[in-house]
Write a protein that binds this ligand. Structure first.
Ligand SMILES: [Cu+2]
Length: 99
């Protein structure tokens, strides 16, 4: 997935992606972004580790991170930059990982 970018994500990608167990997803971005795993398909009120929130990649100006999916299920990711503003602008994506 290239284009982990505020305001362009929703227009460039469906916000739900179907993938298979064993798939790897690469988040790649320019500008200042990060990647968090979040517990549901909604922007959390605060990005703090715990209770289903986990920082996958810290904020950086340009970067990439790869997430492997070894277990079927539903996984949600968001960007926390801007006090959650990026998430609210569409940097929120769900992966359905099929067996
Ligand atoms: Cu962002």
């Amino acid at each position: 997935m290239s284009g982990w970018l505020a305001s362009t994500l929703l227009s460039n990608l469906p916000c739900l992606q179907l993938i298979q167990v064993g798939d790897a997803v690469e988040f790649t971005w320019s500008g200042n972004h990060d990647v968090w795993r979040v517990p549901e398909a909604a922007c959390p009120s605060a990005f703090e580790a715990g209770a289903g929130l986990e920082e996958v990649a810290p904020p950086s100006v340009g970067g990439s991170t790869t997430v492997m999916f070894d277990t079927p299920g539903t996984y949600h990711f968001a960007c926390s930059v801007g006090g959650g503003g990026h998430c609210n602008n569409g940097m929120l994506i769900t992966f359905e990982v099929e067996p």
